[in-house]
Design a protein around this ligand. Structure first.
Ligand code: NDP
Ligand code: GDP
Length: 344
């Protein structure tokens, strides 16, 4: 009999790639979405799997909702990818972020404990928990220092996952994932903001792209590679915590340069700090400028992960390089803008 998986956060980036992977492996896949005015499954549609996933309304703020859905479906595995996932927004909505990202995870774990503690659980933890980093590179044993309400809430979720594993022997794993991107990434995250913005500039739809701190560095990988790691964690005999990362860190500035080059729009930089501008060599026009609007009250300057444990124990390695990722995202957004299908 095939296994059943429940993915929470169905409308998000990672859920789309994970659902595709699990369907390919023969799982029956249920996807939990947050009920809103309309259900937008464009990511599943882009991957051609929208009709293959059973949708079910799930709200992380509602314990009874979680309990009854888990009881009804009886999944073997639950992947919690649902969250208020935008760091910048968490400064404006710290209470909501805490309720969903932190207490929401306790609600899921309590519901699992009530229905069947045998259900395997994956929690989407994040490199943002390292924040003001205490060591370079970061591993599973690096101390945490979160720098946003998002990261603080995720740290609670991380520890409550560890706690339910230790207290009740549950198969609950926490994947400490460094930033992972794709053509399906949300538009407010910096990588997709850059590729979509530059694609619009290349097609004459936008004059200039406004960004924040160009000197922040991230360890960026491809989301399609990272969902494989999530699945592998739940196939282990013993649940544990794993860092998934590429082991390479690059600046936002570097990402801009690579993306611009991929759009045939080489840029050079002019000015410093908040008055930096990216000038297109061919036209001499500023296509990137910085704005205080996109700076954060507290910044995470640089993240660099060490995925050695995941490599040794899960046999996991990222396959797509940053250059390949930038090209993939840039070509996809150029095509979307060209065909009028970029969803802003
Ligand atoms: P997305 O923002 O693309 O997806 C988040 C999903 O959570 C959306 O489907 C959203 O629904 C849903 N959601 C939000 N609030 C609730 C709620 N109250 N109840 C139910 N569902 C809710 O994130 P990603 O796919 O990029 O990331 C997946 C997970 O991994 C997230 O938890 C994120 O924090 C974490 N993570 C991501 C990293 C990355 O680089 N992508 C790095 C490390 C961790 P809606 O569409 O209605 O808003
Ligand atoms: P995060 O690592 O989860 O916060 O992912 P983001 O993609 O939102 O941000 C990555 C880094 O890019 C952070 O250090 C941001 O400060 C920086 N950044 C610079 N300009 C922007 C911008 O315009 N939007 C976003 N989202 N981030 C920006």
């Amino acid at each position: 009999m095939s296994a059943t998986a429940l993915i929470l956060g169905l409308s998000g980036q990672d859920a789309a790639y994970l659902a595709k992977l699990l369907l390919e492996k023969g799982y029956k896949v249920y996807g939990g979405y947050r009920r809103g005015a309309s259900l937008n499954l464009w990511r599943l549609q882009e991957l051609g799997i929208a009709d293959d996933v059973e949708t079910v309304a799930i709200e992380l703020l509602e314990y009874n909702n979680l309990l009854s859905v888990i009881e009804e479906i009886g999944p073997d595995e639950i992947y919690n990818l649902a969250a208020q996932s935008f760091v910048h927004a968490s400064f404006g909505q710290p209470l909501f972020t805490g309720d969903v990202n932190a207490l929401g995870v306790t609600r899921i774990l309590e519901a699992i404990r009530a229905v069947s503690p045998e259900i395997r659980f994956y929690q989407a933890s994040t490199s943002e928990m390292f924040g003001k980093v205490q060591a370079v590179p970061q591993t599973e044993s690096t101390p945490f220092h979160p720098r946003s309400p998002y990261a603080v809430a995720k740290l609670y979720a991380h520890w409550i996952t560890v706690n339910y594993r230790e207290a009740y022997g549950m198969h609950a794993s926490s994947g400490i994932l460094f930033n992972h991107e794709s053509p399906l990434r949300g538009l407010h995250f910096v990588t997709r903001k850059i590729t979509a913005g530059l694609a619009r500039i290349a097609h004459g739809e936008l004059d200039v792209l406004e960004l924040g701190n160009l000197d922040a560095k991230r360890d960026w990988g491809f989301a399609g590679d990272y969902v494989e790691g999530m699945w592998r964690m739940l196939q282990q005999d013993r649940a544990d915590d794993y860092v998934l990362a590429t082991g390479k860190s690059r600046s936002v500035r570097h990402f801009c340069e690579r993306a611009a080059a991929a759009a045939d729009m080489d840029i050079e930089w002019d000015g410093e700090g908040p008055s930096t501008r990216g000038i297109a060599r061919k036209t001499g026009k500023a296509v990137i400028k910085t704005s205080p609007k996109f700076y954060r009250p507290a910044e995470v300057n640089e993240l660099l992960g060490d995925p050695s444990k995941a490599n040794a124990e899960l046999g996991w390695t990222p396959k797509v390089s940053l250059d390949e990722l930038v090209d993939m995202m840039m070509q996809s957004d150029l095509k979307r803008v060209g065909s009028g299908t970029l969803l802003l």
